[in-house]
Design a protein around this ligand. Sequence first.
Ligand code: PXL
Length: 273
Amino acid sequence: MNTIIKTLTFAGSDASGGAGIEADLKTFTEYSTYGLAVVTTIATMDPKSNWKHSVFTMPIDVVRSQIDTALASDVQVNAMKTGMIGSVEIVELIKDTIEKYDLKNIVIDPVLACKGEDDLLNPETAEAIKKFLIPIATVTTPNLTEAGIFSGLGKLKTINDIKKAAKIIYDLGAKHVVIKGGKALENNMAIDIYYDGTDYYVLESKKISSANNHGAGCTFAAAITAGLANGLSPKDSIYKAKDFVTEAIKSGFKFNEFVGPVFHSAYRLSKKD
Ligand code: PXL
């Protein structure tokens, strides 16, 4: 049936289910879209070593074969996103794929590190994301660390710093920039700043005192993607995604002593109460 709306993610797998393609596909489904996924990396976490992350990057041929599979349908993908990408060559392949298939509604979530992990993914990969993907983004959703790196401003401490970074990232070519301040800013509110090239919007929600927010960033970007796929404007997609992820965080739960993921079905279930 050609009326089915399709969403595509290029992201890493998080077997614990909160982040990565697991978050993306669940979110795509919550928005009543048909999700497709190209796995770029597999992240694992070691329960015997304080949940230490390891990242296994997919061989380029395997990524290419998945792309051929995912895009083999005659019906266009309505929107797509990127998440964790393990290598420069995969970044370049994604850019080439976007051009070759003329993909539209592109959400770039420039994941450079998992929360709590100090090591950035390979810095060359960060450079490649900045050079090849940010310029073709319909929407990009860096967190404070990522926005500091892409803007060259370093540590962003105030709303004004964030606004400056958003403008610099917009000037790299992204049409809509949302910087996720989240809980990091010293304030009672979880604040994100959205810049569309003309205006700055402050997206606020009450800080939720929950440690169970693993996957919030992926879920937010996936919700924006699915909003765009459903025909919402970038602005409406971003605002709805903020509500969606706020509910998901409110219903986050303790998975084990190390991690608590968000619950991706919470927005839908909250509407039924
Ligand atoms: O939250 C960032 C992130 C993205 N993608 C994958 C991850 C993580 C963090 O754990 O595992 C696959």
